[in-house]
Design a protein around this ligand. Structure first.
Ligand code: IMP
Ligand code: MG
Length: 177
């Protein structure tokens, strides 16, 4: 698996350090609130599991899965595959994503959660590719900004593989061909 990687972009140490920082900030910002952290499956499951343990205030977790068109291309049409179990009324929602690319996925998710009357909705993404943005979406917490290249690892996949890498890396071109 390591032989398929062209280059490591972000090490597991860098990821861990940044998550501690974000977790501290979330703990401050949501003190006294009714925090519900919503993980967008599958890509954010690794980030989510580390992030919740770096937050030291009471919180709830839930999971949601939306479909998008497969392969390297990002979503052009999105629908709910697995919905949340927990009602959102009066809760402060923090959506946790692996990567904010075109922004269409998070635009869709935000719009359907908004009508369920939460107290607030914010977005936390591990990676941000601002150069690819199509939808009008911004994250409130960002781990790292990345260039317009296809990245894998730490939850992010190519054809469902590489999610278990401890770091974020670029795939070798021959893997795509
Ligand atoms: P968006 O709707 O275009 O923002 O797409 C977001 C989703 O596309 C992410 O949750 C990922 O699942 C996927 N995605 C976008 N860029 C990458 C990448 O570089 N590597 C792996 N998955 C990606
Ligand atoms: Mg994803």
């Amino acid at each position: 698996m390591r032989n398929d990687i062209e280059k490591m972009l972000i090490s597991s140490e860098q990821i861990a350090k940044r998550i501690e920082e974000i977790g501290k900030q979330i703990s401050l910002d949501y003190k006294g609130k009714d925090l519900l952290m919503v993980s967008v499956l599958k890509g954010s499951f690794v980030f989510m599991s580390d992030l919740v343990r770096s937050v030291d205030i009471p919180l709830e977790v839930d999971f949601m899965m939306v479909s998008s068109y497969v392969g390297q291309l990002s979503s052009e049409a999105v629908k709910i595959v697995k919905d949340l179990d927990i009602p959102l009324e009066n809760k402060d929602i923090l959506i946790v994503e692996d990567i904010l690319d075109s922004g269409r996925t998070l635009e869709y998710i935000s719009s359907i959660l908004k009508v369920r009357n939460p107290n607030s909705i914010k977005i936390c993404t591990l990676l941000d590719k601002p150069s690819r943005r199509v939808a009008n979406v911004q994250a409130d917490y960002i781990g790292f900004e990345v260039p317009d290249e296809f990245v894998v690892g730490y939850g992010l996949d190519f054809n469902e593989k590489y999610r278990n890498l401890k770091y974020i890396g670029l795939l070798k071109p021959e893997i795509y061909n």
